[in-house]
Design a protein around this ligand. Structure first.
Ligand code: 5GP
Ligand code: ZN
Length: 110
């Protein structure tokens, strides 16, 4: 298995988990870009959002909102980001949603 996030799901690489169910895993980003920076991923491998069914992306969004509430970043606001492909800056080819919060963020991104 050469997918980094599949290896995290399998427990071969440790992660700081914040949520897990049968379909979804969420864990803290190793290089946080905000005080709260969590990655939400499906346990089933999809290369990107292009390949994933709407139900999977929808569940990821619901979990991101739940975690935002749990971590107390919902009141001030947060960002949910799915980088896709080369121009989108996707470095890990396993679908993931970034949940970022805890500070004010610029728009548009660089
Ligand atoms: P992308 O650039 O593909 O949208 O996001 C990939 C994210 O995965 C980056 O924010 C990066 O910091 C994070 N990341 C890369 N390797 C690891 C790792 O081994 N563990 C964790 N927790 N995050 C990782
Ligand atoms: Zn994978």
């Amino acid at each position: 298995m050469n997918c980094l996030f599949c290896r995290i799901i399998a427990g071969e690489i440790p992660s700081n988990k914040v949520y897990e169910d049968d379909d979804i895993l969420a864990f803290r980003d190793i290089d946080p870009q905000a005080p709260t920076h969590i990655l939400i991923i499906p346990k089933k491998h999809y290369d990107s959002v292009i390949d994933a069914p709407a139900e999977v992306v929808g569940k990821m969004s619901e979990i991101a909102k739940k975690i935002a509430k749990d971590k107390g970043i919902d009141a001030n606001g947060f960002r949910m980001v799915i980088n896709t492909g080369e121009d989108g800056g996707q470095s890990v080819k396993h679908l993931h949603m970034h949940l970022l919060g805890g500070r004010s963020m610029e728009w548009p991104p660089g």
